[in-house]
Design a protein around this ligand. Structure first.
Ligand code: ADP
Ligand code: ZN
Length: 734
């Protein structure tokens, strides 16, 4: 900050000029003058004029750019709001530099809730004075008895508690029996108590919990991989690290991959700590959002459980970060600022000098390698809690056990479902495909229904009578006649989606209660939570779902999991395809047998010899992980090497391709880094935009960001409809 203590010739102090970072795609902080007599340290949230508008911003660090006095404008308001603390400011700078996103755009994620920059209004209340009323009615007596404890009451709250009308209170106040006071707004969640209801931990759990407790007590940065099969008690273990952090009076952030998951999680947290954590995700009511944001900056909220965006909440005194299901692809954001919340959580912990715990039953190769190389501590829980067995996993070779014509469930799976129904237990059929059928074609002319704006087939949703694009949401009614040849009633659905599996299950088990779950269900998250709770209570016999049901839920009666198509997702050209398939199928089969009943997982596949299938069936993933890790190492892929995508899109194909070639030609020549492409993206057209991709591949330790910055800096500037998007450490290759 440029602060000049010398007076100028007129005997006036010059105005202080500060850099202000504005939450928009600005490459740097802008200079503003502070009005005479005001002070605003770095981190302070202010309001500044920008063109004709007033916008919020944060006073940033360093010195402000010198600009001509005529152009210098003044800060309009310094908000009465706790400042964005130093480690958080460094985090914003770090994420900006790493993801090659403008710092203002990163800051925007921390300043999402402008309505919370002003303090919450105080609440009008009343407190008893020493004065007493002239005449004591029984109503007045009741009021005095209620209010006698020295606490302040709201007018209506006291009237209600004393069973009188508010006018009785007004009468007393008029006589000076009550004086008005103002109370701070109530907390959005109660304060969790670290010693409310600790679990009795088993030996291996207790050891892991002790290790974490000591890590927290010792302070400083550390990263721990908490690795244990589904149901081993990882949550119970990291709760102890949370308890220790709370005892120190600091705040905790718990990242969870799926909102629908949080409902059961919040209840468990409540049981352990006597209060719920605050939630943070995209579906919160605006008022709650404001309160949580504000009270997190004030350190009144002690624990936040949230989706990836919670990583950008400006905590006042963050002491611990937990990343649950750390391998989950949902941690990757692919919009505006492309970041992986799992990786950035480790960075945030390092900058704040606090511990981070990554928990998973199926850790990512990246985290396993980090643990093996000693960068992360590795804590392992090897068995399920209370000796509950893991499900017995069997492969069903679809070449030998083919489903009946027109069906997708093999006789083996149907038989197991019948037996499960017989025992009054639950079955889960897993298929990672929404809708009824992924492709519709005309049996006469072969016409296929395709999205007009994307390179993808339209998915039939039979419940809604629609053909839908899963990339842009385009939808149209299913027609009677083929739009190409005009033939009536000859359209045919190819392949299964969950709706079609539900139809098949209904046909075989007409009396069973079937629930179909997917992310696009009518009623949204609320409805989903209700359905999940109903399943947990045993109010369904057969559950059919997408990956949404794979994660974290505890269904005590579920003893059979059938994977309808285990091969789906193995051949999509993604270097992590095998790893992802293993993780997803372990998670989903891990839904079975969590309460100790004997359980079975049946995995339908055409490739029973595939290493993923072998890893699942053997129950020993080590060989598989080793092989995958070796392959990655040999190909110098993450975490042994580095990748970045540069995606160029435009309204026309030649524009996109031409621009991509231009950027490619500007690539500097540096040892250890090379550029592949441009190649048309596998999803060549999305929402009417044509897409080309450059893949930058570097050895570990190379300056990928510097390379890309130079390439984009020297290449053609985007013009017309052209857009360029950088994705460091890409997870999706579509
Ligand atoms: P994970 O997170 O590893 O999947 P959880 O922490 O969810 O495992 O534990 C699985 C189930 O076992 C939960 O219902 C949990 O309440 C129970 N559980 C685990 N450890 C204990 C314990 N020490 N005492 C009581 N219940 C436990
Ligand atoms: Zn589309």
């Amino acid at each position: 900050m440029s602060k000049d203590s010398r007076q100028n010739e007129d005997g006036l102090f010059p105005r202080q000029v500060v850099p202000v970072l504005i939450p928009m795609p600005a490459e740097r902080a802008y200079s503003y003058a502070l009005p005479q007599g005001t002070d605003a340290a770095p981190g302070q949230i202010v309001q500044v004029p920008l063109g004709p508008r007033l916008v919020p911003g944060v006073v940033w660090d360093g010195s402000a750019d010198v600009i001509s006095p005529g152009k210098l404008r003044e800060v309009v308001q310094v908000f009465d709001c706790p400042p964005i603390v130093e480690p958080m400011r460094r985090f914003i700078d770090w994420v900006s530099a790493y993801t090659l996103s403008p710092p203002g755009l990163v800051a925007r994620m921390a300043l999402r809730v402008p309505a919370a920059f002003d303090p919450e209004p105080m609440i009008d209340a009343l407190r008893l004075t020493d004065a007493r009323p002239e005449r004591l009615t029984s109503a007045r007596q009741r009021v005095l008895a209620q209010a006698d404890n020295g606490l302040a009451w709201t007018r209506s709250g006291l009237a209600h508690a004393a069973g009188v009308t508010p006018s009785v209170i007004d009468g007393l106040q008029a006589q000076g029996v009550f004086e008005p006071v103002r109370l701070p707004p109530p907390p959005v969640v109660a304060t969790p108590d670290p010693d409310h209801q600790p679990a009795l931990l088993e030996t291996s759990q207790a050891e892991a919990a002790d290790a974490l407790r000591q890590t927290v007590a010792g302070g400083g940065f550390s990263a721990t991989l908490l690795d244990g099969v589904t149901g081993s008690g990882k949550t119970e273990v990291y709760f102890e690290a949370i308890a220790e952090t709370l005892r120190q009076g600091r705040q905790v952030l718990i990242l969870l991959p799926e909102i629908s998951l949080t409902s059961a999680f919040l209840d468990r947290f409540h049981a352990r700590f006597g209060a719920r954590p605050a939630e943070w995700h995209s579906e919160m009511a605006p008022r709650t959002r404001e309160k949580v944001w504000r009270q997190t900056t004030e350190a009144q909220v002690r624990v936040v459980a949230g989706a990836r965006s919670a990583l950008f909440l400006p905590f006042a005194d963050l002491g611990l970060i937990i990343v649950d299901e750390e391998h989950d692809p949902a941690y990757k954001q692919e919009d505006r600022v492309f970041y992986n919340a799992r990786d950035m959580a480790v960075v945030r912990a390092r900058l704040a000098d606090i511990p981070v715990v990554l928990a998973s039953a199926t850790p990512s190769i990246e985290s396993r390698v980090n643990a093996a190389q000693g960068r992360y501590r590795h804590l392992v829980l090897s068995g399920r809690y209370a000796d509950a067995g893991l499900p017995d996993l069997k492969l069903v070779d679809l070449r030998r056990h083919a489903p009946a014509r027109g069906g997708f469930l093999s006789p083996l799976l149907l038989k197991a479902m019948a037996a499960t129904l017989e025992r009054k237990e639950q079955s889960l059929l897993f298929l990672n495909r929404r809708g009824y059928a992924p492709l519709t074609l005309c049996r006469v002319c072969g016409h296929r229904f395709e999205c007009p704006d994307c390179s993808s087939w339209l998915v039939e949703h039979r419940f809604r009578g629609q053909l839908q694009c899963h990339h842009c949401g385009h939808n149209e009614p299913v027609p009677q006649a083929c739009p190409s040849c005009g033939t009536l009633d000859h359209l045919t659905a190819c392949g299964p989606g969950i709706e079609r599996i539900a139809e098949e299950a209904d046909k075989h088990f007409p009396d069973a209660r079937v629930i179909v779950l997917s992310s696009d269900m009518a009623g949204g998250t609320r409805r989903l939570r209700i359905e999940l709770e109903a399943i947990a209570r045993g109010e369904a016999d057969i559950v059919i779902g997408t990956q949404l049901v794979a994660k974290g839920h505890n269904f005590p009666l579920m003893t059979l999991v059938g994977v309808v198509d285990a091969d789906l997702g193995l051949s999509n050209g993604d270097p992590r395809a095998a790893e992802r398939t293993y993780q997803l199928l372990s998670q989903v089969t891990g839904r079975a047998g969590r309460s100790g009943r004997k359980s079975l997982g049946l995995i339908q596949t055409y490739q029973p010899q595939h290493p993923v299938m072998q890893a699942l069936a053997s129950g020993d993933p080590e060989a598989f992980y080793e092989r995958e890790t070796d392959e990655r190492s040999r190909a110098v892929l993450p975490p042994f090497g580095r990748l970045a995508s540069v995606i160029i899109s435009a309204a026309t194909r030649p524009e996109a391709e031409g621009h991509a070639r231009g950027i490619r030609a500007a690539a500097p020549s540096l040892p250890g880094i090379m550029v592949l492409g441009p190649a048309e993206a596998p999803l060549a057209l999305i929402r009417g935009r044509y897409r080309f991709r450059l893949l930058v591949h570097g050895e570990r330790g190379r300056d990928m960001q510097g390379f890309i910055r130079q390439m984009l800096g020297q290449g053609p500037k985007p013009r017309g409809s052209v857009q360029v998007q950088v994705d460091i450490d890409p997870q999706s290759f579509l």
